[in-house]
Design a protein around this ligand. Structure first.
Ligand code: TGC
Ligand code: FAD
Length: 389
C-alpha cells in the first residue's frame, strides 16, 4: 500500500533532497510490486528465495548502498535509511537481508578489510551475487558479546577457528561469513568462505517472528584459514560494535516503515468497517488511536532524518543511535499492536500485514541491542555510570 500524503503530517518530505525522494520511490516500487505480494506466503512457509532476492536488490543498488567503490552506490545515509524504511514497510525480514548484507558483512570488510579481501568480496556482494552474514552473537553471549567463547588460535601461518554462533541472519545461505573470535590479541574478525571444511550453518526452525528471513547457527569445528583471512584493521570489541552502529541506523528508519504500513492498513480498514451502523473511523476512540499513532510515526521519522543528517556530517555518536533504535522500535511495536485492535479479529489474519509486522518487530526490538541495552547506553551517557555490570 502506498503512503498516503496525509500521514506525513509535518511535511518531512520538505527535508529531503530530490535524490533521496527518488531512491525512496524506487525502493517503494520494488517493495510494493515484488515483495509485498509474496510475503504472506514466504512468512507462512518460512522460506524465501534469498539468492534471487539478493540479485534483484543488488541490481537495484540497495546492497551496501551507503558505501563507496566496489560497485556500491555511494549514497548518503538518509537515502539509505529511506530505502530501509520502504523495504521494511513490506517486511522486517526483507530489510534484515539488506542490512546484514550491506551494513554488517560488507561494512566490516569495507571498513576493516585488506585490499585483497575488498577486491575479492565487495563487488560480488554489492551485486548480490555473493551473500554475507555476520557472526557475533553466541548461544550464551548475546547482549554481552565481549564474553564470547569462539576462539581462533595460530597454527604456523594459519588460523584455526572453533566455536559456535547463534541467531545469525542469512547464515545458511551465505557464501561468506564475517566471524568474530577471541584470540591471544583480543577479539579479531575473520572472513570465512562458507565452503571451508569444518564450517556449517544449520537453519533455526520454529521461529514465530521474522519468518521471511533465514536465521541460523554457525558451527566452526577446526576451521583452518590462511593468515590473510583476518580483518587487519579491526582490533578488539570496537570492531564489531562499530559495524552495529551502521545496522542500527538502518533499523531506526526501517521500524518506521513497518509502523507506517500498519497505520495505513488500520486507517483504510476503519474507513470501510461498519460497527453499530457507522464507519469505525467515525468514532472518537478510533480517531484518538489513529491521531496518537500518527504523531508517534511522524516524530519517529523526523528523528530518523535528523540522525541521518548528523551521520552525513560525521558527528553521529553511538548513544544518539541508541536514542533512535530504542524509540523507533518501541513505538513501532506499540503502533503495530494498537493497529491490531482496530482490525480486531481480522487483525490476527495473514490477509492483513499487521500481525506479521507485530511479530517481526519482536525480533527488531531484540536484535542489534535490546531495548534494555540501549537504555543502559543512554543512561551511561547521561550519568557517567556503567550499569551493564
Ligand atoms: P565496552 O567496554 O563499552 O566497549 C568495548 C570497546 O568498544 C567500543 N565501543 C564502541 N565502538 C563503536 N561503536 C559502539 N557503539 C561502541 N560501543 C562501545 C568502546 O569504546 C571500547 O573500545 P576500546 O578501544 O576502548 O576497546 O564494551 P562492553 O563489553 O561493556 O559492551 C558494551 C555494550 C553492552 C553496549 C555492547 O556490548 C553492546 O552493544 N551489546 C549489544 C550486542 C548487540 O547489539 N549485538 C548485535 C549482534 S548483530 C545483530 O543483532 C544483527 S540483527 C539482523 C539485522 O540487523 O537485521
Ligand atoms: P540476552 O543477552 O540473554 O538478554 C536477555 C535479557 O536480559 C534481555 O531482556 C536483555 O535486555 C537483558 N539484559 C542483558 N544484559 C543486561 C544488563 N546488563 N542489564 C539489564 N538487562 C540486561 N546476532 C548476530 O550476531 N548476527 C545476526 O545476524 C543476528 N541476527 C538475528 C536475527 C534474529 C531474528 C534475532 C532474534 C537475533 C539475531 N541476532 C544476531 C542476535 C541478537 O543480536 C541477540 O539476540 C541480542 O543481542 C540479544 O541477545 P540474547 O538474545 O542472547 O539476549
Amino acid at each position: 500500500m502506498a503512503m498516503t500524503v496525509s500521514l506525513d503530517l509535518v511535511d518531512v518530505d520538505s527535508l529531503l533532497t530530490s535524490e533521496e525522494v527518488d531512491v525512496r520511490a524506487a525502493a517503494r516500487r520494488y517493495a510494493d510490486e515484488r515483495l509485498r505480494p509474496s510475503l504472506p506466503e514466504w512468512f507462512e512457509s518460512a522460506s524465501i528465495p534469498a539468492r534471487e532476492l539478493a540479485k534483484e536488490l543488488g541490481s537495484l543498488g540497495f546492497l551496501g548502498m551507503h558505501l563507496t567503490g566496489y560497485g556500491c552506490a555511494g549514497l548518503g545515509p538518509v537515502a539509505y535509511g529511506l530505502a530501509c524504511l520502504e523495504i521494511e514497510a513490506a517486511d522486517s525480514g526483507m530489510r534484515s537481508l539488506v542490512s546484514v548484507q550491506g551494513s554488517l558483512a560488507m561494512y566490516a570488510i569495507w571498513k576493516y578489510g585488506s585490499a585483497e579481501q575488498k577486491d575479492e568480496w565487495l563487488p560480488r556482494m554489492s551485486a548480490g551475487e555473493a551473500i554475507g552474514c555476520f557472526g557475533l552473537t553466541e548461544p550464551d553471549f548475546g547482549s554481552n558479546p565481549g564474553g564470547m567463547r569462539t576462539n581462533a588460535r595460530r597454527d604456523g601461518d594459519d588460523w584455526v577457528l572453533n566455536g559456535s554462533k547463534m541467531w545469525i541472519t542469512n547464515g545458511s545461505v551465505a557464501d561468506v561469513a564475517v566471524v568474530w573470535a577471541r584470540t591471544d590479541e583480543g577479539v579479531r574478525g575473520f572472513v570465512v568462505p562458507t565452503a571451508t571444511p569444518g564450517f556449517s550453518a544449520p537453519e533455526i526452525k520454529l521461529k514465530m517472528s521474522l519468518r521471511a528471513s533465514v536465521t541460523s547457527e554457525l558451527v566452526l569445528e577446526d576451521v583452518r584459514l590462511p593468515a590473510s583471512a583476518v580483518l587487519p584493521e579491526a582490533q578488539g570489541l570496537s570492531g564489531p560494535l562499530g559495524c552495529l552502529n551502521e545496522a542500527r541506523f538502518g533499523i531506526i528508519f526501517g521500524a518506521m516503515g513497518a509502523a507506517r504500513d500498519c497505520l495505513e492498513t488500520a486507517i483504510a480498514y476503519a474507513g470501510e468497517r461498519t460497527v453499530f451502523d457507522k464507519p469505525l473511523a467515525g468514532y472518537q476512540i478510533t480517531q484518538s488511536k489513529i491521531a496518537d499513532m500518527a504523531v508517534e510515526l511522524n516524530k519517529g521519522i523526523l528523528l530518523a532524518v535528523h540522525l541521518g543528517r548528523l551521520k552525513e556530517k560525521g558527528t553521529l555518536r553511538p548513544e544518539q543511535v541508541s536514542v533512535g533504535k530504542l524509540n523507533n522500535t518501541r513505538e513501532a511495536i506499540a503502533i503495530a499492536r494498537e493497529c491490531r485492535t482496530i482490525l480486531a479479529a481480522n487483525g490476527i489474519s495473514g490477509e492483513y500485514p499487521i500481525m506479521r509486522h507485530a511479530n517481526n518487530l519482536e525480533s527488531v526490538l531484540t536484535y542489534e541491542g535490546t531495548s534494555e541495552i540501549h537504555q543502559l547506553v543512554i543512561g551511561q551517557a547521561l550519568t557517567g555510570q556503567n550499569a551493564f555490570r
